[in-house]
Each structure stands twice: as structure tokens, then as C-alpha cells.
Design a protein around this ligand. Sequence first.
Ligand SMILES: [Zn+2]
Ligand SMILES: [Zn+2]
Length: 281
Amino acid sequence: MVDRLVNSEANARRIAMVESCFGSSGQPLGVPGRVLVGEGVLTKMCRKKPKARQFFLFNDILVYGNIVINKKKYNKQHIIPLEEVKLESLEDDGQFRNGWLIRTASKSFAVYAATSTEKQEWMAHINKCIEDLLRKSGKKAVKVHAAVWVPDSEAAVCMHCKKTQFTVLNRRHHCRKCGAVVCGPCSNKRFLLPSQSSKPLRVCLNCYDTLSRARVQQNNMGNPTDLSLSKEAKERSGSGDSSGEEDSDDEDEANRSQQDTSAHDEPKFYGLSEVAEEQKQ
Ligand SMILES: [Zn+2]
Ligand SMILES: [Zn+2]
């Protein structure tokens, strides 16, 4: 069905619209063969708290950004190649309902839909795109995924030593391997995680031990760790965001973004209805 949208005028128009909403803050999105499959607002779990983000599902990438003006202007565009994505459904937990994880080699996070139906729709459409992509390219799904970061608010004390209370001076840090919130002394080691960066990243003492032991074992087996970087990892490390100290790239600048959370818009998915329309004719 998505294939039938490839050359449709409506598809080209929709992609141009997405591009113009991001303006100069975004990448050109109109590439041959690309189809906009669906769009809508999801709540993304960020480091400090959940935030509304506009998501666009294409047949090869997932794009999201901050909402500056609902349906008109977005910024802070993020592009995730779907080939790298794996979804994991989350159980409902208190106020966090209808959620799932979007996991990739370099970044993983939770998103929440407004209703369980919308969750099913999003997950089904994303999974379908991933399947189609992998089938066409003959590639295998990525096996190693970045940890999902524990939100700051869930850790009043360090999750490693269980002692250090976080304050303005005792800052929270995130282990890049397990995602735990830990204090400075409990995360004073670095380890090379090639799927995330070309530079060694902050890890907690637990993960440092585990990773070091695994490396020693590998070396003893005469099988040195392959430290060569994937092309993608190299590109990422060139983006200047690999020091590991820039904790999150998706924070709002103050609270400038005007998010209209009062009215709920249902997500739109384009493939199905249009093909149904065509078949009726
Ligand atoms: Zn600690
Ligand atoms: Zn860890």
C-alpha cells in the first residue's frame, strides 16, 4: 500500500509541508521513494519530564521535533533511520499509559500515545515499515540498543551507592550502558561503547566492571574486541555530541514552545485510507 503512495501528488505535498514546518531548522526530506506514512503528537519521556513532540513516520525514517506552533512550526528535528529501530511495548504504569520504547543503537526512549488504539496503530505502522525496509535491503535488525535513561525524577539518590543525595552541586549523571542515574564518584569511569560514540562514555561502576571483565575474557579467548566503528557511529561522533556530557538533546529552551495540550488530535495514517479510496473508484 505504501508503494502505491510513492509517486502520488498528495504524498509529495505532505512531505513538502513537513519540510516547511521545520523550516531552516530541518533537513530536506523529499527524497525519491520516500513516503509519509503517518503523523501525530506523542508524549516523549525526556530527561526531566514527559513532553509533547510531533512525530512523522516515513517509510524509511522516523522524524520528531519540538512543537513551536501546533501544526505550523516545529524545531529541534531528530531523524532516526528505521532500519535501526526496535519497538518494545510498555505495560501501563500509573499515569504512564499506552507507551512503548523506541530503541536504536545510539539512543532509546519511551513514548506514550493518548489511547491504546493509537498506540496499536503507531506500533503496527512503525513495525510494518521496519519489516518492509529490512526485507528490501536484506539487512538484519540491529541487535545492540542503547539503554533507556531513567528519568531524573525517579532517582532522589544515586542508584549505585544508594547514598549520595542529588543537589545543585551533586549533579545527576546517566550511565550510557544501563541508563541508571548515578552520582559523580559512582560514574567516574569511561568505557568505549562503539555503537554510541567513538569516544569513551560515562558508565557506572557496575557496568564498568562488567564491561571490563567481558573485554578481558574476549582477549583471553584470542578474540580481541572489535573496536572498529561503524560508519554511522563515526558520523555521529563527528557531530560534536559525543563527549557524553551533553546529557540530552531534546530539552526545551526555557518554556518558549507553545504547546497546546488542551485539544487532542488523533494521529493520521495515510496508506490505508487512500488505497481504500482508490479501490472504491
Ligand atoms: Zn553514587
Ligand atoms: Zn551502568
